[in-house]
Design a protein around this ligand. Structure first.
Ligand SMILES: [Ca+2]
Ligand SMILES: [Ca+2]
Length: 247
């Protein structure tokens, strides 16, 4: 009997550990890249990088290791962007990132499917108002919250996580572990396959932000949970039967 209980608890332990394990499909910490322009490194490309604007691997600030992505909007006609394709579309999972705005809270990440196309949605910080927003493809606002009600701050690393579930039409944003946005909007394509990291605005100059420690992960589908539970149940039943036969 004792061995039965042991096997059952062992089964539960493995089932829960496997079930909780998210599959990481993309990660970037900038630590193994060469200092200077990120263009062409590790699959990154840049657009609208004119004048003295920058999208550089930097060792000035780092959330992980010793390097991060430094971006500077320093031209009065556009908004520079650095693009990374995650190689797969995640519509039930999460994107985790850290951002360090140096002064003006004007940064944004636009998400499309892998390979490009129109924006599915964006997360952005709105400068003076200090709001963190999720924006739909049609540019209307899906939800917002005043950043002053959170620990959001400039000149420090802020940890954001966006959890998406396209099947239920939900997007949840946490900031430093606290939920700040919980959006139910089935009109949004809650899919993350490619990120366009940006900052500033067309007419603005002298605005800079660091990004670091990016992670895109899927969560196991309910079907996978069921399969894992079934497999362990079969294994446990098999072992118990074998033990009983020996008696
Ligand atoms: Ca890093
Ligand atoms: Ca600009």
């Amino acid at each position: 009997m004792k061995s039965h209980l042991f096997l059952l608890s062992l089964s539960c332990f493995f089932t829960s550990s496997l079930g909780l394990q998210a599959a990481i499909v993309y990660s970037e910490n900038f630590d193994s890249l060469s200092l200077g322009s990120i263009d062409g490194q590790d699959g990154w490309s840049v657009i609208n990088l004119n004048g003295t604007s920058a999208a550089d691997v930097s060792n000035t600030e780092a959330q992980s290791g010793s390097q991060s992505l430094f971006m500077l909007d320093d031209d009065a006609t556009n908004r520079p962007s650095a693009i990374s394709d995650f190689g797969t579309d995640v519509n039930n999972g999460s994107f985790d990132f850290y951002v360090f705005p140096t002064s003006n809270n004007l940064w944004r990440i636009d998400f499309t499917n892998s390979g490009g196309g129109s924006f599915n949605f964006s997360i952005l910080a709105q400068g003076g108002s200090g709001n963190i927003r999720i924006q739909r493809q049609d540019t209307s606002e899906a939800g917002s919250i005043a950043a002053s009600s959170t620990s959001y701050a400039t000149n420090t690393w802020n940890h954001f996580n966006i959890q998406v579930d396209d099947a239920s039409g939900s997007g949840i944003v946490t900031l430093n572990g606290t939920e700040i946005l919980n959006i139910s909007d089935p009109t949004v394509t809650w899919s993350i396959g490619r990120g366009l990291f940006s900052l500033g605005y067309n007419g603005g100059t002298g605005i800079s932000t660091y990004y670091d420690t990016l992670t895109l992960a899927t969560v196991p589908e309910p079907g996978q949970y069921a399969m894992i539970v079934s497999l362990f149940s079969f294994a446990v039943v098999g072992i118990i039967r074998r033990k009983n036969t020996r008696k």
